[in-house]
Write a protein that binds this ligand. Structure first.
Ligand SMILES: Nc1nc2c(c(=O)[nH]1)N[C@H]1C(S)=C(S)[C@@H](COP(=O)(O)O)O[C@H]1N2
Ligand SMILES: [Mo]
Length: 162
């Protein structure tokens, strides 16, 4: 009996630790299918590598999944559906430290731009360092890396209203 209680107690203690080992990004809002993407499952998605200069101007490679593929899987109005009212939708990216960055959907769609934004889990061939990961949105082709948000935890699609 004592052993059983000890076993239960150990389980309760280790559960939060296990949960922390599986950090995830949630995609919600104006989506047909809300998604949770676990870091471990990112390997099953299509992967590409892009380059990004850090704030000191040094080049780094980042590998991960094109954001468009993730948004399509969530049923966000991309591609042919990205017209009319849907052009007033935005994606808000939220990070663990409270940092938030906004994109219009058209900025992220290959029928509007060749720029490929990715959800990266690797840089220069290694997992992202803890203070930048486990997932970073990498936005190439801008003059500074300010929208390349690290420690991404949530992405929300909404209609801009004023
Ligand atoms: N979560 C989060 N992401 C962030 C920031 C931040 O404060 N929090 N700073 C941004 C800014 S202002 C810059 S310049 C770059 C710095 O990226 P680097 O460390 O690769 O140079 O990260 C961006 N991503
Ligand atoms: Mo910055």
């Amino acid at each position: 009996m004592k052993l059983y209680i000890l076993f239960l107690f150990l389980n309760v203690c280790t559960l939060p630790v296990l949960a922390q080992q599986k950090p995830a990004v949630k995609i919600s809002g104006e989506v047909a299918t809300p998604l949770t993407i676990y870091v471990d499952s990112l390997a099953q998605w299509p992967r590409i590598t892009v380059n990004l200069k850090d704030r000191d101007g040094k080049d780094h490679s980042y590998s991960g999944t094109p954001l468009q593929a993730i948004l399509e899987k969530a049923g966000v109005t991309m591609g042919k559906q990205l017209r009319g009212k849907n052009l007033s939708k935005y994606l808000m990216v939220k990070c663990a430290d409270g940092y938030e960055v906004l994109f219009s959907l058209a900025e992220l769609d290959s029928s509007f731009t060749d720029r490929q934004v990715i959800l990266a889990n690797e840089t220069d061939g290694h997992a992202l360092p803890a203070d930048k990961g486990p997932l970073r949105l990498v936005v190439p082709g801008e003059k500074k890396p300010a929208r390349s948000s690290f420690q991404v935890v949530e992405m929300v699609v909404r209609f801009a209203k004023d």
